[in-house]
Design a protein around this ligand. Sequence first.
Ligand SMILES: Nc1ncnc2c1ncn2[C@@H]1O[C@H](COP(=O)(O)OP(=O)(O)O)[C@@H](O)[C@H]1O
Ligand SMILES: Cc1ncsc1CCOP(=O)(O)O
Length: 267
Amino acid sequence: MSHPPTLPFVVIADELERLRAEHPLVHVLTNEVVQEITANALLAVGAAPAMIVAEEEAAEFAALAGALLINIGTLYPARWAAMQQAVTAANAAGVPWTLDPVAVGVLGYRTAACRELLTQHPAAIRGNASEILALAGWGASGRGVDSTAGSASALAAAEQLARTTGAVVAVTGEIDYITDGETTWATPWGHPLMTRVVGTGCALSALVAAFTAHTGNRLNAVAAACAVAGICGERAQSACDGPGSFRFSFLDALYVLSPKQLRELSL
Ligand SMILES: Nc1ncnc2c1ncn2[C@@H]1O[C@H](COP(=O)(O)OP(=O)(O)O)[C@@H](O)[C@H]1O
Ligand SMILES: Cc1ncsc1CCOP(=O)(O)O
């Protein structure tokens, strides 16, 4: 397997600068477990989250947002109805939407929902290796919401999924791979402690959505989101004692990371 190149720090810096200048409004339809860390991660990085979940409001708000996140982690009929409204309205308004297919392939209801969502032109898809393999139809290997496969093993599935859906696909793990089916970036940052804190993957998907708002280069935008999360995860780990303090250190790192620091790293 050829090794995809690492996303350059200058690209991450440019994308972070753009995000902070635009301060995008992100419509978040996510699971019950990660609402708080997701909203705080978006605020810390420089975006504006809003968890608008009622079916009666979802379409109206999706059309106003800069980006939409659909995370199926705790899917149930009322949430599914709101998601369908939001996705339809986002597509009609040209608002990019991101899919986090939590535990797809493990259970039938959410797998059928994801199959339907894949026909609705997601701008981006972010999942762990088991989720990307299942979504691409390459087999179901997840254990609950966790991956049982390494990210490199799902790279070919991610590339195929990107080509068939038109989405930029990010498969995350020890190394994240971000692909549009033709070009692939690697973002090698992060720390295993990130898998011991609930919501790091879901919050990353929200960052992916935020970076896709108003972008001229969706591949770089999604890759920059993965890089920012990984770099901040590494920094948070070195400043914390374990999972509890990691959460706080991670939010601090997202807030403190600057385009200037990133540009200095490339010198
Ligand atoms: N072994 C690892 N080493 C370094 N970073 C990791 C590792 N596993 C996951 N990460 C990071 O944790 C974050 C969440 O990814 P992942 O665990 O794949 O998502 P999920 O929570 O959806 O399963 C990403 O930023 C990813 O880069
Ligand atoms: C534990 C759990 N159960 C349903 S959704 C969810 C959150 C998964 O979050 P992440 O994969 O980002 O750790």
